[in-house]
Design a protein around this ligand. Structure first.
Ligand code: UDP
Ligand code: MG
Length: 323
């Protein structure tokens, strides 16, 4: 049967959380007014997560499991799930119960009222370090300044999208993905529903600092070319400074007899210039790296196995993918 609702839940090494999640999802499905499917995406788990889901599928035929061939990262895992979603409304949520499944009812209510994208916005951030709060605040301010997209504050990847939005999303084939930016960029009727975000149910975060930084860079580089143009401004500024300094030295040389001076200032200027040079090359490198990534035209992910209730396990070699 064609589902009305699709849930997309990516996970990596969440065996401690999944039994509770399965229970909460079953309760939620009982409260829905239409058929649903729950697509679990195993993003290269090394623990027993996948078999926990596979067992749950026997009792819950609306559950499905897609196993990626390795860890591709959360954003790609969500994309893989979205590619398989058949519902009229698709809800993306984390596996660790930080996105409480019951909130989906509120998202659905907003969708029925005509919204085509419903972002779940956390009211406050419980159990997050001041560093994470501060860095995300700064990041979104910068991103808003530098790009055309306006991501609502305190919104992560917990959201509902209409099938129409999903089709638009699937026409965006970029490899380095920043989903919340993409969903903000596509337009459509967007709405916000607030919720209290609890702490992670069990286990540890799978988003350590370096992955957060990577995501932030993907967001900035993917949605703004201001950093790239910074070279022009910085270059002009430094050149003007250099000319001014040259004039100053010339005047100094003409009107005094102390010529050889300023060793320290030479070193300062030199190191400043090479620093700026390296910085700019690094920024250009980020964009070139992205171009390189796109040029390779590789698929976004590979699926190693799909488990559904009706069919026996199908092993698919390199069953892919959109690119
Ligand atoms: N996740 C994933 N692949 C990864 C990292 C995380 O599928 O490489 C999943 C993870 O299992 C969870 C969701 O993405 O369901 C959000 O991750 P997490 O809760 O660790 O991030 P946080 O809430 O700490 O930002
Ligand atoms: Mg979490």
């Amino acid at each position: 049967m064609q589902p009305v609702y699709s849930f997309v839940i990516p996970f990596m090494n969440e065996e401690e959380v999944l039994p509770a999640l399965i229970e909460r999802m079953r309760e939620l499905l009982g409260q829905l007014d239409g058929a649903a499917e729950v697509i679990f995406v195993d993003d290269g788990s090394k623990d027993l997560s996948a078999s926990v889901i596979a067992r749950a599928i026997d009792e819950n035929p609306t559950f499905k499991l897609i196993r990626l061939s390795r860890n591709f990262g959360h954003q790609i895992a969500v994309t893989a799930g979205l590619d398989h979603a058949k519902g009229e409304a698709v809800i993306i949520m984390d596996a660790d119960l930080q996105d409480p499944p019951e909130i989906a009812l509120d998202l659905i209510a907003a969708w029925k009222n005509g919204a085509e994208i419903v972002h779940a916005q956390r009211k406050q951030r419980v159990g997050e370090t001041w560093f994470k709060k501060l860095s995300s605040h700064v990041f979104y301010r910068v991103l808003r300044r530098l790009s055309a997209i306006d991501i609502p504050r305190n919104v992560g990847d917990f959201r509902l999208i209409d099938a129409k939005v999903l089709r638009a999303f699937q026409d965006m084939p970029e490899r380095d993905r920043f989903l919340r930016g993409m969903f903000s960029w596509v337009g459509f009727k967007q709405e916000i529903v607030q919720f209290d975000r609890p702490e992670r149910y069990a286990g540890k975060t799978k988003y350590p600092l370096h992955k957060m930084v990577q995501l932030a860079v993907d967001g900035l580089v993917g949605f703004s070319d201001v950093p790239l143009r910074m070279a022009l401004w910085l270059g002009s500024l430094v050149s003007i400074g250099a000319i001014g300094y040259g004039i100053y030295i010339a005047v100094w040389a003409i009107f005094t007899d102390r010529l050889v001076e300023g060793w320290a200032s030479t070193i300062v200027v030199l190191s400043l210039l090479s620093g700026i040079n390296l910085l700019i090359s690094g920024i250009i490198g980020l964009y070139v790296g992205r171009i390189h990534n796109e040029a390779k035209q590789r698929p976004l992910y590979f699926i190693s196995e799909q488990v559904t209730a009706s069919l026996p396990k199908t092993k698919t070699k390199h069953a892919s993918v959109k690119g």
